[in-house]
Design a protein around this ligand. Structure first.
Ligand SMILES: Cc1cc2nc3c(=O)[nH]c(=O)nc-3n(C[C@H](O)[C@H](O)[C@H](O)COP(=O)(O)OP(=O)(O)OC[C@H]3O[C@@H](n4cnc5c(N)ncnc54)[C@H](O)[C@@H]3O)c2cc1C
Length: 303
């Protein structure tokens, strides 16, 4: 099996998610070539073949030109699958490629199962197993779902350029609205998950965060319920954080949450379920009722 991995480059830098694509290809047992609109000064550390287009010439993002370039490489490489990260770049570009190739698209893959792909459904509470009926397929993988693979080495670069022009011009990025908290800079984060039970319990979690000199984080259901502002959300649709200490209070450990915090130096999980998935990545799992444990811990820290 042969894959074409579509790497990502933003604001002059190769994105680390490019290495998750390599991890996915390895999990698939597939031979992999890479495509990147980037710069020769930012090559991925691997010895695969790399089709490189210059971001300065065709824009860090331009759907017309990037589509044309990828289709050109597909013609040359004839891969069985074309794989993107499920990012704003991938989810915009992948369907354009799939439509042109008349290929099936499978979006936001979280795992592989017996030659098929697993994708989340029912707000990620369940998984669907799917395969493509077309010879070629276009895939997007969920960020954080597959291991990072940095093989090392230098790619064999083939430079490519777009032959056509586009009516679109890449202008740059608009900074996101200023947030009341910058979790990315926090050294300690104490996160409230759905297991805290109700909005009235948020101050108890916040008190521990403050006693430790840290910030309050939240899982998505806590934000969706309006208990905590979105600026505190950790995960794929929130912030990516890497504090020295991350305390997850009543958080189950869904992939989308883990993707945002698994690079934390030390992870403590407080959960009443000893088999909660967060236990798999936690350095310390405290099996307890969070609303009993947290006030006791805050009192100890403050003493
Ligand atoms: C496209 C998409 C994007 C998403 N983005 C994000 C994201 O950015 N961030 C995010 O967090 N989620 C995200 N999600 C949602 C994600 O799939 C999970 O649903 C969510 O992370 C679960 O949050 P939770 O762990 O707080 O709640 P639950 O999964 O309900 O877990 C609650 C946990 O609390 C424990 N618990 C219950 N009561 C107690 C108690 N008294 N004491 C101790 N423990 C207790 C339970 O055992 C359980 O493990 C996304 C989903 C989708 C589909």
């Amino acid at each position: 099996m042969k894959t074409l991995l579509i790497g990502e480059y933003r604001e002059g830098k190769l994105l680390d998610t490019t290495y998750e694509l390599l991890g996915f290809a390895q999990a698939l047992g597939a031979e992999a070539a890479l495509f990147l609109v980037g710069s020769s000064s930012q090559l991925p550390a691997c010895s695969n073949k790399l089709y490189l287009a210059d971001a300065a010439a065709c824009g860090e993002y331009n759907p017309d030109l990037h589509r044309e370039l990828i289709l050109k490489v597909v013609e040359q490489e004839n891969p069985d699958s074309i794989v993107f990260v499920h990012s704003s770049y991938g989810w915009d570009l992948a369907p354009r490629i799939a439509a042109r190739l008349k290929a099936a698209q499978i979006s936001e893959i979280v795992a592989l199962k017996d030659g098929a792909y697993e994708v989340g459904c029912c707000n990620a509470k369940m998984r669907r197993t799917v395969t493509a009926k077309t010879a070629k397929s276009v895939l997007t993988i969920q960020s954080g779902a597959f291991p990072v693979l940095i093989p090392g080495g230098t790619p064999t670069v083939e430079s490519i350029a777009a032959a056509t022009s586009s009516n679109l011009e890449f202008k740059g990025y608009e900074p996101a609205e200023a947030k009341d908290v910058d979790l990315a800079k926090a050294e300690i984060i104490v996160t409230a998950g759905r297991g805290i039970g109700k909005k009235d319990n948020v101050p108890t979690i916040l008190a521990l965060a403050k006693a430790l000199g840290g910030e309050l984080g939240a899982s998505r259901p806590v934000v969706d319920a309006g208990w905590v502002e979105h600026s505190h959300q950790v995960g794929t649709t929130g912030q990516t954080v890497s504090p020295k200490l991350y305390i997850a209070c009543g958080v189950s450990g869904a992939i989308q949450h883990l993707a945002g915090m698994k690079k934390s130096d030390f992870i403590v999980a407080i959960n009443k379920d000893k088999d909660a998935p967060i236990g798999e990545i936690a350095d310390l799992l405290i099996v307890a009722d969070v609303m009993q444990f947290v006030p006791a811990m805050t009192a100890k820290v403050a003493a």
